[in-house]
Design a protein around this ligand. Structure first.
Ligand code: MRU
Length: 354
C-alpha cells in the first residue's frame, strides 16, 4: 500500500495566502508537475483546461482563488471591496458550468464576505481565509465518511466498475467513488476494479488507473465500449461513479458516458451507485433537465492525445463533457450522511431538512 497517495496535496493554499499550488492533472501519469496560480486568468485557465478537475477539487481551488484575489483588492470601504470581489467570483464561476461545487464554494465565500460588511477589509480577509481552508477540511471528512458508507456496499471477491476519476486527485483525500476502494484495500478485502478509460479526455486511464495502481489495487483498464462485455462475463458486482451535480429528484450528472454504464448495469442487474458529498446535490435543480451540460472543443475528440489528427478536419463534432443518469437507474446515492434510496425527492429532501 503506497501511503504517499494520501499525501498528494492536489490543491494547496500557500501559508501566506498569496497563491495556490496544484498538481497539473493534465500531465499525469507521466509527470508530476506542480503549478502556481496567482492571477484571475491562472485560476480560470487551470479549471477550464482541467489542470485541476473533479467537482470538489474545482470548488476548493475556486474558493482558495477568490481568497487570493480578494487579498489583492485595494479598497478601503466595503462597497468597493465587494464590487471587485464579485467580479472575481463571477469570473471564476464562469470557468465550468456543470459541477455545482464551483458555485457552491464561491457562494459560501460570498456569504462570509457579506457577513463581514461592518468589519474592516483586513478582518473580512481573515474570515475568508478561514472559510476556504474549512471548505477543504470539510471535503476531506466528507470523503472519508462517503468511503465508509461505500465500503459497507462491498464484499469479498467483488468486481467494481468505475468511470472517469473520482479519487483523491478530484477531491481532497480519499475521493468519492474511489474512496471505498482505497479503504477496502487498507482493510485487506479481496476485490478488483475495472476502470473505463473515459473518452475523450481519458481521466480513467490517466488518473484512476494511476491512483488505484499506486495504492496496490488490482485494476484493469478497459475502453469505454468494453463495459458491456465485462458485465456480461459476470465480472462486475457493482458500479461506483462520482457526480458533478445531483438534482432534487436524484437525476445525476457525471462524466459523459456514465448514463450508458448505468443503462448497461440495469440490463445486467448490477447495482449502480453514485457517490458524492452533499455539496454536489443541488436542491435548486428539480430534475436533470435543469442541469447545464458543458460543451467542449471539437479538437478534444479529433486531435488531442493522437500523434496526428484522427478525423477529417472539417467534420462536425459534438463534445458534451457530462451526461445525466436518470434516477430510475440509480440503486443508491452515497453521501457523507448516509445512503439515499428511491424515492429520491424524499430521501434527498430529508438530508436537507425538507
Ligand atoms: O471533467 P472532469 O474530469 O472534471 O469530470 C469529473 C467527473 O465527472 C467526476 O466523476 C466528478 O467530478 C466527481 S469527482 C469526485
Amino acid at each position: 500500500m503506497n501511503s504517499e497517495l494520501y499525501k498528494i496535496n492536489n490543491v494547496r493554499l500557500s501559508d501566506d495566502g498569496s497563491c495556490v499550488t496544484i498538481i497539473d492533472q493534465t500531465k499525469l501519469p507521466g509527470r508530476t508537475e506542480y503549478l502556481t496560480l496567482k492571477t484571475p486568468e491562472d485560476f480560470f485557465e487551470a479549471i477550464y483546461e482541467l489542470k485541476v478537475r473533479g467537482a470538489p477539487a474545482i470548488g476548493i481551488c475556486a474558493a482558495f482563488g477568490v481568497f487570493c484575489l480578494a487579498r489583492t483588492i485595494d479598497a478601503s470601504d466595503y462597497e468597493s471591496f465587494i464590487e471587485k470581489f464579485d467580479e472575481y467570483r463571477r469570473y471564476l464561476d464562469s470557468s465550468r458550468p456543470t459541477a455545482v461545487n464551483l458555485s457552491w464554494a464561491l457562494n459560501r465565500m460570498r456569504s462570509v464576505a457579506e457577513r463581514g460588511r461592518d468589519k474592516p477589509v483586513t478582518e473580512i480577509l481573515t474570515l475568508l481565509e478561514a472559510e476556504c481552508r474549512e471548505i477543504q477540511a470539510e471535503d476531506a471528512s466528507m470523503c472519508r465518511a462517503i468511503s465508509e458508507y461505500g465500503f459497507s456496499l462491498m464484499k469479498e471477491g467483488d468486481g467494481i466498475l468505475t468511470h472517469c476519476n473520482a479519487g483523491p486527485l478530484a477531491t481532497s483525500s480519499y475521493g468519492t467513488a474511489l474512496g471505498p476502494l482505497l479503504l477496502a484495500r487498507e482493510r485487506g478485502l479481496n476485490f478488483r476494479v475495472f476502470a473505463d478509460e473515459t473518452r475523450p479526455l481519458l481521466q480513467g486511464a490517466r488518473l484512476t488507473a494511476y491512483e488505484l495502481a499506486r495504492a496496490g489495487i488490482d485494476v484493469t483498464l478497459i475502453c469505454d465500449n468494453m463495459a458491456s462485455l465485462v458485465m456480461k462475463n459476470g465480472w462486475i458486482q457493482a458500479c461506483f461513479v462520482g457526480c458533478d451535480r445531483v438534482a432534487a429528484n436524484g437525476d445525476a450528472a457525471n462524466k459523459i458516458g456514465t448514463s450508458g454504464v448505468a443503462i448497461l448495469a440495469a440490463h445486467y442487474g448490477i447495482p449502480f451507485y453514485v457517490l458524492g458529498p452533499t455539496s454536489t446535490i443541488d436542491m435548486n435543480c428539480g430534475t436533470g433537465d435543469d442541469i447545464e451540460i458543458e460543451l467542449r472543443a471539437p479538437d478534444e475528440i479529433k486531435v488531442k492525445f493522437y500523434e496526428q489528427p484522427m478525423a477529417p478536419e472539417e467534420v462536425k463534432c459534438y463534445n458534451p463533457a457530462f451526461d445525466v443518469t436518470d434516477n430510475s437507474l440509480i440503486t443508491g446515492i452515497v453521501t457523507e450522511r448516509g445512503i439515499c434510496r428511491a424515492p429520491y425527492e424524499k430521501s434527498l429532501g430529508e438530508l436537507f431538512g425538507k
